[in-house]
Design a protein. Structure first.
Lengths: 293, 275
C-alpha cells in the first residue's frame, strides 16, 4: 500500500507493523467485516419476514397452514441451530441442483444418487462449473443468508406469535365492535400494537444473530474468522512478513470487535424500546409516565 | 453385521472402547444411530460438567454483581459482559490458541510440576470454556431473580434477626432459585445445544472419539447425504431436551412446593438464551 513497504524484510519495529497491517491480505480481512455486516443487514429483514409469515400461519384458521406454522416455530426449540445450519446448506444445494436437473436434462437416464454420490448432469450444476469464481462465492453466500433466514425466522416467529397473543384482547374487540373486518383488525390494530411486546424478544434475537455470524465460517464463506485463522497462523521466512503463531491476538481482536457490536446494539435497542414504550399501557410505559411527572 | 453386533462394537466408540475402525462403506441406519448416540455421551458430559460447576460460579457472580462494593461488582459485571457479549465460537478459538501456547513440558511453580498437555484436549479445555460461558449467562439470570426477591421477605428476615449468611441461605437463595428456575431451565437446554459447537472449536477429536455432530458430519461427508445423519442428531437432541425439561421440572416442583397451585411458575420453553 505504501511505497516504503516494497521491501518488508528491511523494515523494523513500528514501520514494519504499519506495513504488515496494510498488506493486501489484511485489506481483504478488513473488507470481510463488510461481509458480516451485509449478512446482518440482509438476514435481519428476511428473517423478520419469515417470522411474520410463520406467526401468521400459526394463528391461521386453516388447519394445514396452522400445523405448518406450529411446526416451523417448534423446530428450533428442541434441536441445536448448528444442526440446521449444516443440514440446510447441503440440503438446499442438492435440492436446487436436483430441480434444475429435472428441468434442464429430462432425458438423463442415470440415477442422481449413485450409491454414495450425488451426481446431476453437468448443465444442471449451480453455478456452472465453467462460471467464474465470484459466482461460486456469491452462491455460497446466498445459501448461507437463506439458511440464516430460515433458522432465525423460526426464532422470530416464536417471538412474534407471543407478541400477537400479548396484545390486549379488549383492543381487538373494540375494533370488531366498530365493524372492522378480520383483515382490518389485523392490519390496523394488531400489527401496530404488537411491536412493543415483540421488541424485547426481537432485541434478544438481534444479539443472538450478531453472535451467530461467526458460523458463516462453517458454511464455507470467507468471513472474519476465516481471515483471522489464515493471517494469524505462523508464517515462515518464505512469506513477506514472517511471524510466529499470532492467532490468539487475532481472535482477541475479533472478540473486542464483537463486544463493540453488541454494546452499540444494546444502547440503540434501549433507545428504541423507550420510544416504543412511550404511552403504552404496559409496565414499562407506566414507569416512563411516572418518571416524567 | 447384525444391528446388535453393531451396537456392541460402536456403542462406546466415542470413549475409545470397542471397534477401532469406523465403518467405511455399506453404511446402514443402525450404524448411524449407534455412533451418533455414542457421540452424544460427550455432549451430555460437556453439558453436565459445565452446568454442575457453573451453578456455583453463577451464584457467586450474581451475588458479586448485586454487591455494594465496587471491587466485587465491577469484575463480575465485566465477566458477564465479555462472556455474554461475544460469540461462544470465538471464545472457543481464543481458549484453544491460548492453551496451546502453554509450554509443552509443563510449568514449574514453587517446585510443583504442573502438567499442561491435558488442557488442550477437548474434555478439559472445551468443558472449561462452556463452564465459564454458562456461568455468565446463568449469573445474569440469577442476578435478575435476586433483584426480584420481594422486599417484604427481606424485611421479614430483618425482623427475625437473620442477617448475612443465614439470611442468604434461608431467605434470598431459595426465592432466587424459585424465580430464576424457568429461565435457568432454558439456559440449561441451550447449553446442551451449544455443546455441539465443540466439534468446530479447534479442540481436536483424539482418535476419532468425537461428539454427536462429529459422527453425523462423518456420515454426511462419506455418503453425501445430509438427510439421514442430521435428522438423527436432531432426534437425539429432542429426546435430550425432553429429558432436561422433565428433570428440571421436578426441581421446579420442589422449589414451588410451598405455594398454592395457581401461583406456581411453570416452565415454558422460550428460545431466549442461545449463544
Amino acid at each position: 500500500m505504501f511505497s516504503s513497504c516494497a521491501d518488508p524484510k528491511s523494515l523494523e519495529g513500528f514501520s514494519w507493523l504499519i506495513c504488515y497491517l496494510t498488506s493486501g491480505k489484511h485489506i481483504d480481512f478488513y473488507w470481510s467485516f463488510l461481509t458480516v455486516l451485509i449478512l446482518l443487514v440482509v438476514t435481519a429483514p428476511t428473517a423478520l419476514a419469515f417470522g411474520f409469515g410463520g406467526a401468521v400461519a400459526a394463528r391461521s384458521h386453516f388447519l394445514p397452514l396452522r400445523w405448518f406454522g406450529k411446526i416451523y416455530t417448534a423446530m428450533v426449540r428442541g434441536v441445536p441451530d448448528i444442526v440446521f445450519f449444516l443440514f440446510f446448506v447441503i440440503a438446499l444445494d442438492q435440492g436446487i441442483e436436483w430441480m434444475k436437473h429435472q428441468i434442464v436434462c429430462p432425458d438423463w437416464t442415470e440415477p442422481v444418487r449413485q450409491g454414495l454420490e450425488f451426481r446431476v448432469c453437468p448443465q444442471a450444476k449451480v453455478p456452472l462449473g465453467t462460471s467464474p469464481q465470484i459466482w461460486h462465492q456469491l452462491y455460497g453466500f446466498a445459501l448461507a443468508v437463506f439458511t440464516f433466514a430460515i433458522v432465525f425466522g423460526a426464532f422470530a416467529a416464536n417471538v412474534l406469535y407471543g407478541a400477537m397473543n400479548a396484545v390486549p384482547r379488549a383492543q381487538l374487540e373494540t375494533a370488531e365492535s366498530y365493524g372492522m373486518s378480520h383483515g382490518q383488525v389485523f392490519r390496523r390494530i394488531l400489527v401496530p400494537q404488537m411491536w412493543t411486546y415483540a421488541l424485547p424478544g426481537l432485541s434478544n434475537l438481534w444479539m443472538i444473530l450478531i453472535k451467530a455470524t461467526p458460523l458463516l465460517f462453517l458454511l464455507g464463506v470467507k468471513d472474519i474468522v476465516y481471515w483471522a485463522r489464515e493471517l494469524g497462523s505462523a508464517k515462515t521466512q518464505a512469506y513477506a512478513y514472517p511471524h510466529p503463531d499470532w492467532r490468539l491476538w487475532y481472535f482477541l481482536f475479533l472478540l473486542v470487535a464483537y463486544l463493540c457490536m453488541t454494546r452499540v446494539s444494546e444502547i440503540v435497542l434501549k433507545k428504541l424500546a423507550a420510544r416504543l414504550n412511550h404511552g403504552q399501557a404496559t409496565a414499562a410505559g407506566e414507569a416512563m409516565r411516572r418518571a416524567a411527572q | 453385521m447384525t444391528c446388535w453386533e453393531t451396537v456392541q462394537a460402536y456403542a462406546f466408540r466415542s470413549l475409545g472402547y470397542g471397534e477401532k475402525m469406523l465403518p467405511r462403506s455399506d453404511f446402514d441406519l443402525c450404524q448411524q444411530f449407534t455412533l451418533i448416540g455414542s457421540g452424544l455421551i460427550w455432549n451430555v458430559y460437556f453439558g453436565v460438567i459445565a452446568l454442575a460447576f457453573g451453578f456455583f460460579l453463577a451464584t457467586a457472580l450474581a451475588l458479586a454483581k448485586a454487591s455494594h462494593s465496587r471491587w466485587l461488582r465491577k469484575p463480575a459485571e465485566w465477566f458477564i459482559f465479555v462472556f455474554r457479549g461475544s460469540p461462544l465460537f470465538i471464545q472457543f478459538f481464543i481458549a484453544y490458541s491460548a492453551l496451546v501456547m502453554l509450554p509443552r513440558g509443563g510449568i514449574d511453580i514453587l517446585g510443583i510440576h504442573l502438567n499442561t498437555s491435558w488442557m488442550t484436549s477437548a474434555w478439559a479445555g472445551a468443558a472449561f470454556v462452556l463452564f465459564l460461558n454458562t456461568s455468565a449467562y446463568a449469573a445474569e439470570i440469577f442476578y435478575g431473580a435476586l433483584m426480584s426477591v420481594p422486599k417484604g421477605d427481606l424485611e421479614a428476615a430483618d425482623a427475625y434477626g437473620l442477617s448475612g449468611w443465614s439470611r442468604f441461605r434461608r431467605i434470598q437463595w431459595p426465592t432466587m432459585l424459585r424465580l430464576a428456575w424457568p429461565a435457568y431451565t432454558n439456559e440449561a437446554i441451550f447449553l446442551f445445544h451449544a455443546t455441539t459447537l465443540v466439534f468446530f472449536s479447534g479442540f481436536p477429536a483424539f482418535q476419532q472419539r468425537g461428539d454427536a455432530l462429529y459422527y453425523a458430519n462423518y456420515f454426511a461427508d462419506k455418503t453425501f447425504n445430509p438427510f439421514v445423519p442430521y435428522p438423527i442428531v436432531a432426534f437425539y437432541f429432542i429426546l435430550l431436551t425432553f429429558a432436561l425439561i422433565g428433570l428440571f421440572g421436578l426441581v421446579n416442583k420442589r422449589l414451588n412446593r410451598h405455594l398454592p397451585s395457581n401461583t406456581r411458575s411453570r416452565i415454558r420453553l422460550r428460545p431466549q438464551l442461545i449463544r
